[in-house]
Design a protein around this ligand. Structure first.
Ligand SMILES: Nc1nc2c(c(=O)[nH]1)N[C@H]1C(S)=C(S)[C@@H](COP(=O)(O)OP(=O)(O)OC[C@H]3O[C@@H](n4cnc5c(=O)[nH]c(N)nc54)[C@H](O)[C@@H]3O)O[C@H]1N2
Ligand SMILES: Nc1nc2c(c(=O)[nH]1)N[C@H]1C(S)=C(S)[C@@H](COP(=O)(O)OP(=O)(O)OC[C@H]3O[C@@H](n4cnc5c(=O)[nH]c(N)nc54)[C@H](O)[C@@H]3O)O[C@H]1N2
Ligand code: SF4
Ligand SMILES: [Mo]
Length: 758
């Protein structure tokens, strides 16, 4: 059992990636797996005949190196593939009451789950249960509900395409669209904004476009930690002449300086200063910044008519220019300066860069989506790109960078509480049933429904919702109010110990495991951030014979719930995943000849109207320039806007260690980063211990006790703390307009110095 170390604070590191990363990747794998397993595993990560790194959705280049992974990829695969398992005796030794006191870090350290376990109502212990009994129990509960809508079926983004397809089919055949997923807390704002404006909720670029861009603007994203190999693509782009701009309240390592471990120059040299300009924006200020730049573009056009905007493109493919022009003319300079915390000169420098570039890519992640105005901010990205025709040409486009490795594919496969009728029609026609049409619940709505008693059965295919979602106390109370919670998981987490009256844990194979079925070893497929679909073959023998694949679990559950005489051949799906892919090829657009295409080395790229042919499948058939109204993030005097971030050594709710190397934090996570000038204003100093109180107009008390203040160069008025711990501070009702994504990046907080301890 790992001893939890002591917190120490060091200066942040200037360089990202480089030698320490490769070294720690290798050490991590060797220590965790031993030489044989480590070699098999690392030689297969992201290779064309190998398996897909499950850590993030960064795409793979067409030409692969022998080492095609990063430090965090190595950590993720090692974490999953570690041979340690949770022994049967564990369940008798540890009551739920005991497990509730354990940290997320400790829970994850216990090893792979290897047998199904059941917590009967009224009991404080899980006990082993057979698979057959587990399926029977769930079926009984589901069939006993008054309505299928009293159950909700969550998905986390590691779920592969084939699994997701079979899962949503089962859920819809059962009779509900309650398919909340991690995307609701992640890129939902992106999907909402892009579907409305360009008709496709995904990236409009291909991997190769990075190397052809003149300007890449990276907004609200920390690639050095969360998409590390993106730095290689950015370095490449720079070598081809691109400028790179980073917009972020934090000076994140990697965007500033970077060493590429795959080149000799990167390993021994000074590395590259990746960002040519760093705009240290105030939290939530991006929408104002984007409007400012768009306005400068329109003013430049006014000064030299016919030379700045892409008139041919705008006339043929877009609607809304006049309204946008009229709206931006009213933009108030002082309001923009206040919202962004930037100077006019800084913003104008970005506008000049944008005007000087023929091909512009804008990438973004959680720093934009998890805000009250997240959807409108992304609509402003689209506005800015459209003005100069930066969508649907080489080296240009909108590039949301996804989080979980297959979160994008899960949506393509129908994991969404609001799938369009065209998808439901095709699904119903393929399987001769009438899928439910009423929209289902998203993640926040599911918690609300559990609180009201409207959802009684919670089933989760992966993930850790009670830790990942906002308002931890409310989420935990909601989960405890259900009749049954079921978690299909690889490792223990908080969602296994905060349960309904009855609970089940169903252990499953992961990406790294060989998946052997009656017809032989199976593979699955995933879709990355740039819509490329490729196969993933698990290379390692599973740690236990008792483990079932996710497809086995879902198909066997479907048979237990729905019987074997319906129109779906669930047993056939389990025997041979090719039959799942055949069904997908008939239901999901873009997947014709799926079985053949996915077997090509490197896979295939899905068609994408905006990218391929400037076709915009919106309601009007045109790309929409939109008018969006600024709502500033209000921060009363003496308060700070707190954002929640990932450390370098975590994957969402999974902790690999308690360190955050680039930010100089070791051995602990109970820190709050604050600008030194704000600290002085607040009468606080680096090293002080504080309680963090969240301010929201309701009765609930939301606070984090005894955090260490770290003086850190974040933008003025802003602060940062780690997710998931800081989720206790976010009110459930604080969500993004239009997407209902929890506002994880802007929480109004008050810091109160603790009286005694130091
Ligand atoms: N190692 C590792 N990799 C991961 C994950 C992980 O936990 N660990 N998680 C995966 C998942 S699911 C996701 S979604 C992605 C997340 O990838 P990121 O979005 O990079 O993750 P965050 O840590 O949330 O970082 C948000 C960034 O936005 C900045 N930011 C915050 N507020 C604002 C703002 O108002 N404006 C601007 N311009 N910037 C802002 C923050 O300072 C930070 O740099 O990473 C994926 N990859
Ligand atoms: N405050 C705050 N909250 C946030 C965020 C934030 O930035 N700030 N980010 C949000 C984002 S972007 C996301 S995506 C969500 C993430 O929310 P989730 O996806 O729910 O959480 P994860 O931590 O990724 O889930 C980890 C668990 O998945 C299980 N698991 C791992 N691999 C597999 C597998 O192959 N199969 C199965 N069945 N299970 C597996 C393991 O048991 C592990 O404990 O959190 C969101 N919450
Ligand atoms: S960039 Fe992401 S997907 Fe690629 S190896 Fe690193 S963690 Fe894995
Ligand atoms: Mo995410």
């Amino acid at each position: 059992m790992a001893r939890e170390p002591r917190l120490t604070v060091h200066p942040p590191e200037a360089w990202a990636v480089g030698l320490p990363s490769v070294a720690s990747a290798m050490t991590y794998a060797l220590d965790g797996l031993g030489p044989g397993r480590a070699l098999t595993l690392l030689s297969k990560v992201n290779q064309k005949d190998g398996f897909d790194c499950m850590s993030c959705a960064w795409p793979d280049p067409g030409h692969r190196h022998k080492v095609e992974f990063c430090e965090n990829g190595a950590r993720a695969v090692t974490w999953e593939a570690s041979p340690a398992t949770v022994p049967t005796t564990f369940w008798a030794e540890h009551s739920l009451t005991d497990l509730l006191d354990r940290s997320e870090y400790w829970l994850g350290q216990q090893g792979r789950l290897v047998e199904p376990v059941h917590k009967p109502a009224g009991s404080d212990h899980y006990v082993p249960i057979s698979w057959v009994d587990a399926f029977r129990l769930i079926a009984q509960k589901l069939r006993g509900l008054d309505s299928p809508d009293q159950a909700a079926f969550y998905t986390s983004g590691r779920t592969a395409n084939e699994t997701a397809f079979v899962y949503q089919l089962f859920v819809r055949a059962f009779g509900t669209n309650n398919l909340p997923d991690c995307s609701n807390m992640c890129h939902e704002s992106t999907g909402t904004a892009m579907l409305a404006t360009v008709g496709v909720g995904k990236s409009t670029i291909a991997y190769e476009d990075f190397a052809q861009a003149d300007l890449i603007i990276v907004m609200g994203q920390n690639p050095g930690t969360n998409h590390p190999r993106m730095l290689t693509a950015l370095e490449d782009a720079k070598r081809h002449g691109a400028s790179i701009v980073s917009v972020n309240p934090l000076p994140e390592a990697g965007l500033r300086r970077y060493k590429n471990p795959q080149t000799v120059r990167g390993v021994v040299g000074r590395g590259t200063d990746l960002a040519d300009q760093f705009l240290q924006i105030r939290s939530g200020g991006d929408m104002a910044l984007l409007q400012w730049v768009s306005r400068r573009v329109l003013e430049a056009e006014d000064r030299a008519p016919g030379t700045v905007l892409d008139h041919a493109f705008l006339a043929e493919h877009t609607l809304g220019l006049d309204a946008l022009r009229a709206h931006l003319a009213t933009l108030d300079e002082r309001e923009v300066v206040t919202a962004t915390g930037l100077t006019v000169a800084e913003m104008d420098r970005l506008a000049e860069r944008y005007l000087a570039a023929d091909r512009v890519i804008i990438t973004w992640a959680m720093g934009l989506t998890q805000h009250r105005k997240g959807v409108d901010t992304i609509k402003e990205i689209i506005n800015l790109l459209l003005l100069r025709g930066n969508i649907g040409k080489p080296g240009a486009g909108a590039s949301p960078i996804r989080g979980h490795s297959n979160v994008q594919g899960d949506r393509t496969m129908g994991i969404w509480e609001r799938m369009p009728d065209s998808f439901l029609d095709a699904l119903g026609a393929e399987f001769s049933f009438a899928p439910p049409r009423r929209h289902g619940l998203d993640s926040v709505q599911s918690i609300e429904a559990m609180r009201r008693g409207d959802v009684k059965v919670w089933f989760a295919l992966g993930g850790n919702l009670v830790a990942a979602i906002s308002d931890t106390a409310a989420a935990e109370a909601a989960m405890r109010g259900t009749d049954l919670t079921v978690q299909v998981s690889t490792k223990l987490n908080r969602s296994h110990v905060v349960t309904g009256a009855e609970a089940l844990i169903l252990p499953t194979l992961g990406r790294t495991d060989v998946d052997l079925q009656e017809t032989g070893p199976q593979f699955v497929s995933v879709e990355d951030s740039v819509c490329a679909v490729h196969a993933s073959h698990g290379p390692l023998p599973p740690v236990s014979d008792l483990l079932l694949s996710e497809i086995s679990i879902i198909t066997r559950l479907a048979r237990a719930v729905l019987g074997d005489d319906g129109p779906v051949d669930w047993a056939g799906f389990e025997r041979d995943y090719d039959t799942v892919r055949d069904a997908i090829s008939r239901v999901v657009p873009g997947f014709a000849d799926f079985n053949e295409q996915v077997r090509r080395p490197g896979g295939f790229v899905l068609p994408n109207g905006p990218r391929d042919s400037r076709t915009f499948p919106t309601a009007t058939g045109k790309a929409m320039l939109t008018v969006n109204h600024l709502i500033p993030v209000e921060c009363p005097p003496g308060r700070l806007i707190l954002q929640t971030i990932r450390s370098h050594d975590q994957f969402n709710t999974t902790m690999y260690s308690l360190n955050d190397r680039y930010r100089g934090i070791r051995g602990g996570r109970d820190v709050v980063f604050v600008n030194p000038e704000d600290l002085a204003d607040l009468g606080l100093a680096d090293g002080d211990r504080v309680d963090i109180h969240s301010e929201w107009p309701d009765e609930a008390e939301r606070r984090l006790l005894d955090y260490r203040v770290v003086a850190y160069p974040t933008s003025r008025g802003c602060a940062a703390a780690y997710f998931p711990e800081a989720n206790v501070l976010i009110p459930l009702a604080s969500t993004a307009l239009g997407s209902n994504t929890p506002v994880s990046k802007a929480i109004v907080v008050r810091l109160e110095k603790r009286a005694t301890d130091g």
